[in-house]
Design a protein around this ligand. Structure first.
Ligand SMILES: Cc1ncc(COP(=O)(O)O)c(C=O)c1O
Length: 441
């Protein structure tokens, strides 16, 4: 049956099929971190042997936020035991209810309520396949003809991809680098109109590595209330903080403005491959019931797939049995990596790092192209860097911020040091001679 011509007839030509590609869908790959990183890595020539690169050097992956492969970020045996027990029990081999298993929803409600001034119930929690599916569901639930959604810039462009796919307009408000990447709330008020359904905040921040204060979140809530828009709080990096500000969940302000809290076990438990996330309606006043958001979420779940039942079955034990020491160890590793990153980046002249990261796994740095020769923009910088140094960074265009770079520091400290050293030698090799720089400014 090779070439589909096993029956002796010629294969049907493509023109015989009624399929036409969806141009919107094909255009969305520019908004995908995976696709941009694929393009960055395309020119890299990696040694066949054991992940080593040219000259035996390993690839340094500082482009995406998945530290699970590094020994210092490996998940705890407690989480593995929880999944193993769920599997061995034989009780989780069936399809699950669309909203998720009740014990898992109850334990997530209890876990999140510890940081809230009110109690969540299992009915406030919907299980999803990672935080990604939570975003996908919320975007579909909120979309209607003419609606628009406000997203941060720089930001996590998956929100834009899902909104555009659902026919929703995306409007961008700025995060202010000079104010610790706080939301430009005046800008939000200018952008919003009667068709604005929600605003997105990501806290702790991807891509900026910032953590919002209680006071700033209170202002976000007041602004949203005034404008009559919901807040979508992406808290996938919840509790991954190692600076001045402690993590405050947006749900604390749920009685000021209704909040859709999105989260997952991907980052705090360092198991992104397990695909377990949630949507939580943080809304003690019942606005989401009255406005039929709850009914819409349930309707969407009726027509979508569920996270694996045995992972749902593991959630109560996973939450109860994970020891504080594991979380502390992860935070210590992140703090150490953030310190290394901050100190070492200071020594690279064409890169400016304004604020030290205090949460998540990322830092945004500004690229000064006027110091460099033979480099067009951030994408070109990352492609050439990957090719010459086997260091992978995410170009700012993938987070809506041209000519900046997002650096993931959540890797093994020795690799991080090596990666930044290689970044430095790349920058010196491509630097314009000082006299040129002087003449051009
Ligand atoms: C801000 C943000 N939201 C959502 C996600 C998706 O999370 P998950 O891996 O749980 O699907 C990510 C993943 O990196 C993220 O950075």
């Amino acid at each position: 049956m090779e070439n589909g011509a096993g029956n002796g007839r010629p294969p049907a030509s493509a023109a015989a099929w009624n399929f036409e590609p969806n141009g919107t869908l094909l255009g969305l790959t520019v908004l995908s971190v995976r696709s941009v990183l694929g393009r960055v890595k395309a020119g890299m020539v990696v040694d066949g042997g054991g992940g080593g690169g040219a000259g035996g050097r390993p690839v340094i992956p500082m482009g995406h936020g998945d530290p699970s492969a590094f020994p210092c970020f490996r998940t705890t045996p407690d989480t593995v035991d929880a999944v193993a027990a769920a599997l061995r029990s034989g009780e989780h081999n069936s399809y699950s209810p669309c909203v998720g298993l009740e014990p898992a929803r109850r334990s997530i409600a209890r876990y999140l309520s510890c940081d809230l001034p009110y109690e969540l119930s299992a009915d406030d929690v919907y299980l999803t396949s990672g935080c990604s599916q939570a975003i996908e569901i919320i975007s579909s639930v909120l979309a209607r003809p003419g609606a628009n959604i406000l997203c941060p810039r720089p930001g996590y462009l998956f929100y834009e991809a899902r909104a555009v796919f659902n026919g929703m307009e995306v409007r961008y408000f700025d995060l202010l680098p000079e104010s610790g990447w706080e939301v430009d709330l005046d800008g939000v008020q200018v952008l919003a109109d009667k068709n604005t359904v929600a605003m997105v905040i990501v806290n702790p921040g991807n891509p900026c590595g910032n953590v919002y204060t209680y006071e700033h979140l209170a202002k976000v809530a007041e602004t949203a209330r005034k404008l009559g828009i919901f807040v979508i709080a992406d808290e996938v990096y919840a509790h991954l903080t190692f600076g001045r500000n402690k993590f405050v969940p947006m749900g604390v302000f749920g009685s000021v403005t209704p909040v859709l809290t999105l989260g997952s076990i991907s980052k705090r438990w360092v198991v992104p491959g397990w695909r377990l996330g949630w949507i939580v309606t943080s809304d003690p006043n019942g606005v989401f019931q009255r406005t039929k958001v709850v009914e819409s979420i349930k309707s969407y779940l009726d027509i979508s797939s569920d996270p694996a039942t045995f992972v749902q079955g593991a959630v109560p034990q996973l939450i109860e049995n994970t020891k504080e020491e594991f979380f502390e160890k992860t935070i210590d590793s992140l703090r150490q990596s953030a310190d290394i990153c901050w100190e070492k980046l200071k020594g690279i002249s064409c890169i400016t790092c304004r604020s030290k990261p205090e949460g998540s796994m990322f830092v945004m740095v500004k690229l000064d192209l006027s110091c460099l020769q033979g480099i067009k923009d951030d994408m070109d910088f990352c492609c050439q860097l990957a090719k010459e140094e086997l260091v992978v960074l995410l170009p700012g265009c993938a987070v809506g911020y041209k000519n900046w770079l997002r650096i993931t520091f959540a890797i093994e400290p020795s690799s991080l040091e090596d990666g930044i050293d290689r970044l430095k030698s790349f920058c010196s090799r491509h630097s314009k001679p000082k006299v040129h720089q002087f003449l051009e400014t």
